[in-house]
Design a binder for this molecule. Sequence first.
Ligand code: FAD
Ligand code: FMN
Length: 782
Amino acid sequence: MKIAIIGGGPAGLYAAILLKKQRPQAEITVHERNRADDTFGFGVVFSDATLDNFEKYDPPSYRRITQEFAYWDDIAVHFRGTVHRVGGNGFCGCSRRTLLLILQERARELGVTILFETDVDDEAQFADADLIVLADGINSRFRDKYIDHFNPQIDLRSNKFAWMGSTRPLDAFTFIFQETEWGPFIAHAYQYEAGRSTWIFETDAETFLRAGLDGLNEQQSADRMAEIFGWFLDGHPLLINRSMWRNFPMIRSQRWVKDNMVLLGDAKATAHFSIGSGTKLAMEDAIALADAMAHAPNVDAALQTYEHGRREEVEKIQHAADVSLVWFEHVDRFWDFDPVQFAFGVMTRAKAITYDNLTLRAPEFVREVDTAFAKQVRSKGFEVDLDKPVAPMFQPLKLREMEVSNRAVVSPMCMYSAKEGVPGDFHLVHYGSRAIGGAGLIFTEMTCVGRDARITPGCTGLWNDEQQAAWTRIVDFVHTNSSAKICLQLGHAGRKGATKLMWEGMDRPLEQGGWDTISASPLPYFPDSQVPREMDRAAMDRVKQEFVAAALRGETCGFDMLELHCAHGYLLASFISPLTNARSDEYGGSLGNRLRYPLEVFEAMRAAWPAQKPMSVRISATDWAAGGITGDDAVAVARAFGEAGVDLVDVSTGQTVRDAQPIYGRMFQTPFSDQVRNEARVATMCVGNITTADQVNTILAAGRADLVALGRPHLVDPSFTMRAAAWYGADIACPPQYMPGKEQIFRNSVRDRQDFEDLKIKGKPKTRAELKAEATKPLAAE
Ligand SMILES: Cc1cc2nc3c(=O)[nH]c(=O)nc-3n(C[C@H](O)[C@H](O)[C@H](O)COP(=O)(O)OP(=O)(O)OC[C@H]3O[C@@H](n4cnc5c(N)ncnc54)[C@H](O)[C@@H]3O)c2cc1C
Ligand SMILES: Cc1cc2nc3c(=O)[nH]c(=O)nc-3n(C[C@H](O)[C@H](O)[C@H](O)COP(=O)(O)O)c2cc1C
């Protein structure tokens, strides 16, 4: 077999090694345009898990690599004169040059031919090769040559960054967030060998210009960075090597394989440097390719296996990298945070590290985070304990005069079980049991303001006395038997009305017994849905009046809070999204115009709703569709409602149009809550695939939301909050009838938690940094 590899970076060289081991008879040649030791960059970084992989696939190169490595366990965050350190991270650094020399030597040892100073410009010269590996890096000539086939999506990010080096020793992966007269600068730094560290500097485009960096050459910009970070560099110089400032390109190639050619490493996909995964991805691509070649019957099949088997893992890492880079791009959102909360945000920015996870590794740090959170709560007038603060989830919150005793919320969920809009016994048990289960705040399902405002025939309503009496019974039960507060969500289905019950066909039009629908514009949801009537002014006045009347009835029922549903493509949302609003009057066009009617309704309700009681609005912070609402629009929407007197923005997403492309995942809507909260400066509630109390605490402690709603988890576990309270040892109200159960779970949780932590700690293998520290520790004096 003949294999031609274009590019002698980590991907190309490691692929050559693994393939040659597998097929000693194969003729494998690496073509590299540079000289052998002519490399850019400084250090590279690997996690312990990546090194485990290297050990498994090629022990000789693994041993040489790890002999050269610098290990560290801690992450240190420097911000506004403070430093916070967290251990247990298990990372290693190595010089990129040394890594390449080791891989070159190992490849040669196995019989791979490496041709340096060989710039390949046409793959036709490899016509007799069975496999051509395109490992030619981020600016891949061959990816671009077949651009229509590989179809790379290149997203050039807004921040500017430059790689530099230093002789400054570091004992932790170090983040420095530095205020300057021009704006914020960030340094990501780590040591990779004795006396050498990598320094990546990053800043936003405006700060870059204000600091005059665009006019400076490499050395001058290094001097500017040395001035800014001089206090930390401690007299050590900054080193340069092709240290130009650039914008990071997030590359996602839609195809990785063409005939017998395959893309590997940066050529195929990149991951932002803030998660330190570029070289890891490149070398793990080589592993995946070698695995596929080992087991497939021919090259074609192997390349298909490689592409299909590896894509999900690469996309997962890219997603984590995206979340992380967005955090760094928007660091100004958190600039006025308490430093410990800021550091917690840095640690937990990419989902992998959480509140519980940090509690095991760095209990003192988490205690500090809890104390800072408790202090914020105390500053709002609550007498909370600062010596032994409870976890953020169990800290109270006040909205106007309403106090909730904890931050866990039952998200609004239609039960589709009402008769003519009247909630029945099912609803009493449903809401009642969730209130008893400990949630601080319960939202009702979308309760419709008129018969024609319903989504389905099973939706609850609040337009007549019978419905009002039924809701009063539920509200009374909640108030009498729990400390939960209850919020009435009012809505109008708009063009998504007159549809079937969820379990009979979600959003599908009713075949019989339907009613006329209205919307901002006459656009059906499905092609075969009813075409809604465009609302005229008379319809607007009538519906507004219905909202106000329902709000007044809600007050009579005794609800503590009111939410206006402006999300998920329903009537008011249909005004806000440009995808569903095609009007040419003053209610269509600009965002300001599109918001006009929803704000009018909100203001009328606000005027009718008691001043001491809070109101929220639920929004879809993105339509997940081209041309639709984006996170930036959501900030503007939140600001507008904020000015109109909203107390909380309930940040959901999507469900506006049929062809939306949401990106699901754990806590997938939380970044929008983060953006809205910290840019519009309004209180927010987040929701969406949040399933554990650990996630709730992580979100709250990092300042990404003020309340956290859980929908589906509450469907199967009404006592979600009670269980979490027992786990975290936070006291919580419980009806006397259930006290024995509460006492038991609180008692058992102490032991269960101890067992769990012991198991986690015992089960966790020692990091290489810990092993090294143990091996080099001087013997204790007798
Ligand atoms: C300036 C810079 C500095 C960096 N510094 C660091 C760092 O300090 N630490 C870190 O972890 N990551 C660093 N990175 C990222 C890291 O280099 C990559 O993520 C990683 O090297 C990807 O490996 P690769 O093998 O896919 O590509 P590369 O390492 O880029 O290797 C591609 C190779 O292909 C060769 N090549 C390209 N075209 C041809 C051709 N037509 N013919 C022959 N040869 C060709 C190139 O010369 C290069 O050697 C840096 C990136 C850049 C751009
Ligand atoms: C059965 C069901 C009914 C729902 N009904 C409503 C509703 O009436 N009003 C609303 O705003 N959201 C509604 N939602 C959306 C939820 O409030 C929540 O935003 C969504 O389920 C995501 O949260 P989760 O992942 O915790 O379930 C509903 C969700 C479910 C599962």
